[in-house]
Design a protein around this ligand. Structure first.
Ligand code: SF4
Length: 276
């Protein structure tokens, strides 16, 4: 029995499929709820504070003090909102969490001067059709550079990738450049990842070749997803992300049992083999 195809692909879904096909299936196709994670909550909180800073303030008003005030406003909105209200906090943990978010905001000011940024939009949702595949994504920030060209910015609150992973993570921002080009009719001259933890900035200029490569890679991933759905064959790929995975009880690679998946027939043993 074939599994239903996901309705669209986003950069995070592409990464999720490449990281571990089984985790992708359980999250994207079976839509199993994942418990709220502090890691995701911190990303959402810092993104929200930066969105408020860059969108609500005139360039001259984008000071560190203003950023701290935006964070203070974002804390109840995000941590007491529907998605993250259930996060368990030990004594003093929430305060330490907010203090760390404030540190990430301070690091942002080491990466660029926000008073010199001409923001066109923040948290821009874009989608395009590529053959039978719908691509969608949310662009953290779109700017007009000093040269009048478009610049895409993506904030990251986790650790920056090692050199081996750098190109694959830049694939995500190439994805956003492609969306911009299709939706707005102009290719961004630059896409940048601002890693707030280190802090570290990585940027690249999309070219015909990089955009073509992105389309080829995305089509290949989509074809792999179609085949996996048709065969109901999504293999676990154990790695460093297992530590953060919510599906241990279902994952045969870490001693779980996939046949316990609600509403599913038992899985054939060969389909629980670990991906190479
Ligand atoms: S525990 Fe690891 S191998 Fe298993 S589904 Fe999660 S990420 Fe994949």
């Amino acid at each position: 029995m074939a599994l239903p195809l996901p309705s669209s692909l986003s950069p995070s879904k592409v990464t999720s499929f490449k990281d571990c096909a089984l985790a992708f299936r359980l999250s994207v196709i079976d839509r199993l709820p994942e418990p709220p994670s502090p890691h995701a909550a911190k990303g959402t909180l810092v993104h929200r504070a930066l969105e408020l800073l860059m969108w609500e303030e005139d360039p001259a008003g984008r000071t560190l003090e203003a950023a701290r005030a935006k964070l203070e406003r974002a804390v109840p909105e995000i941590l007491d909102g529907d998605e993250y209200r259930g996060l368990p906090w030990a004594q003093g943990e929430r305060e330490a969490f907010v203090a760390d978010a404030a540190t990430l905001l301070e690091h942002y000011f080491q990466l660029e001067d926000p008073t010199a940024v001409h923001v066109i939009g923040t948290e821009l949702r874009m989608s395009v059709q590529l053959g039978s595949l719908r691509l969608s994504g949310i662009i953290d920030r779109l700017d007009l550079g000093a040269d009048g060209e478009l610049v895409v910015t993506d904030y990251k609150t986790g650790r920056a990738p090692t050199a081996n992973y750098e190109q694959s993570r830049l694939g995500g921002v190439q994805f956003y450049a492609f969306l911009c080009e299709q939706v707005l009719g102009r290719r961004p001259a630059r896409v940048q990842l601002l890693h707030l933890r280190e802090p570290l900035s990585i940027s690249t200029s999309p070219s015909d070749q990089s955009i073509r490569g992105l389309q080829q890679q995305t089509r290949a991933i989509w074809s792999a997803v179609e085949q996996a759905c048709a065969r109901e064959d999504f293999r676990p790929k154990p790695g460093r992300l297992c530590d953060y995975c919510a599906y241990h009880d279902l994952c045969p690679a870490v001693g779980g049992d996939l046949s316990l998946l609600p509403g599913r027939i038992p899985i054939a043993p060969e389909q629980t083999a670990v991906a190479s």
